[in-house]
Structure formats: structure tokens, C-alpha cells
Design a protein around this ligand. Structure first.
Ligand SMILES: [Zn+2]
Length: 42
């Protein structure tokens, strides 16, 4: 499954896939649930 290049809603920085399966902003450290991001992508 290819994942889109999500961006942080706080600062706009790119999100990186975390080892635990969620996504994390490298700039502010905010974590995002991929399912949550999917819902808001469309
Ligand atoms: Zn951020």
C-alpha cells in the first residue's frame, strides 16, 4: 500500500512513518494515526 505524503496540520512539515505504525512530524513531534489521516484526506 502506497501512502500519501501527509503533512503536519500544526506546522506543515512532512510526516514520517513511525516504527509503531503511526506517523510523526519531525519538526514538532506531533503523532498522527494513519486511519485518522485517511479519513481527512478525502
Ligand atoms: Zn509539525
Amino acid at each position: 500500500m502506497n501512502h500519501p505524503r501527509w503533512r503536519c496540520r500544526e506546522c506543515g512539515e512532512r510526516l514520517y512513518e513511525h516504527i509503531e505504525g503511526d506517523y510523526q512530524c519531525v519538526n514538532c513531534g506531533r503523532r498522527y494515526d494513519p486511519e485518522q489521516l485517511d479519513e481527512n484526506a478525502t
